[in-house]
Design a binder for this molecule. Sequence first.
Ligand code: PMP
Length: 500
Amino acid sequence: MRSISNYSLAVIATPRGFVNVQKKHIWQSTMFRRNRFSDFANHGGKLTAKTKSVEKTAHERYCSMMPESKRVFDRAANVLPGGVESNFRALEPFPFYATYADGSKLYDVDGHELIDYLLSQGAIMLGHRRREIIDAVHAQIEKGANTAIPTELCVKVANKIGSFVPSMQMVRFCNSGTEATMHALRLARGFTGKDKIAKPEGGYHGVHDYGLWSLWAPNEYMGDERRPNATPFSRGIPKAVGKTVVIFPFNDVEATYDILKKESKDLAAVITEPIMGNVGCLLPKDSYLKELRKICNELDVLLIFDEVITGLRMGRGGAQGLFKVRPDLTTMGKVLGGGFQLAAFGGSKRVMDELITQRKEWPTTTFHGGTYNAHPVSLAASLATMKILQDDRVYSGIERNSKALFGGLQDLCDDNHVRALVSRCRSMGHLYFDAEEITTARKANNTNWEKLGKWCMECLLQGVMFGHPKGEKMFLSAAHTKSDVEKSLEVADAGLKAIR
Ligand code: PMP
């Protein structure tokens, strides 16, 4: 296997490189330039002279190192908009394509080996190709695929979840975090008989129409920081949905209370990540989550913790275990499926029984369904994953490396006189450029994501994928070693020097 770092950094673009790609795929560039979830797009896409030259050099090197990915992209762009399967995966000048992953590494079609801190957007906790998970999946596949008939395996996984997360007395399964939050929100509406839901600015809860509000937009669309607007993140979402979505500022107890109180008569639920991963790694301030719990109690509104990222990652009990706040409903995904499609929502029997309660008036029940719900292959992967996570040493090992990586990153920023803040909780962390303290989503969104993208790209070119190469939060797995971390810090240092 070649390592990207084996390439000379002085390599100049091949004739098939940067210029051709830019011209040919100009429409993709503009399509994805609208927000920071795309490439080099923050601050209206304005680059300083310094970062501009870094970008060009990095792009040139990227093109010369990825000829096979370019060939795949040329075919992919004809059949997949942007050559990708999710807008998050778009990358300029073109994405690179993976072939396989093993342990802490990911390999691409050009044969590069990358230390992987993206980890399937946080879904991989034990490393790629963990033997126990593969064996469990193989054994399950031998019994057939999905039958859409309930299995005993499902009961085992539900019990295991309940033993790890006591608030999830009962669960229902689905396939993705999007489905889990969508169903949890409907359940909350059905249970309370109220129509509105509240979510924090900057919070991501999947791609359904109720979740894609006020993730990010240019500041002028977001409204007052303490009284944020409901701003759609996508075209195609009915304006009428926006009238059912209330936005509040995470970490601002007073403003949160005022906003929720005003809406409480119509408010079914508040949904929030306990740690906001979509804006990097924004931790709850002091007792914010406890206050939110109290507010929801007072206003008779259900509290939903979206633990799609934090579930099992922050510890077996998730972030609610860490912060000792018990929500009414919880959503889980990612780590739960051990790399396979599994998600769940759950809570007390009182609330979950709404799914089987027959009312007199029509519609009589709150509906949850899905052909692939509780897919046995995913359940097998999940059970194998949770069995391994029962061992405290797994978490303590990851914690050791996580401390070294994120602590090391902050030291490198300080030593290089780069103004940056590393925020981390357990095995998730983020590097905020041009920042000293991040307490709100607005502040987090207004840090220098463009610089983060530059740094990530520099590091990618040297064999370390610190989150998505256009700038993302990072995750660690049980497969990352001390030497992975040491190498990563060397690369991080060179990357910081390149973008300073
Ligand atoms: N909720 C949160 C907090 C997430 O981070 C995500 C995905 N990153 C989702 C929901 C949606 O999950 P999925 O991509 O599996 O639909």
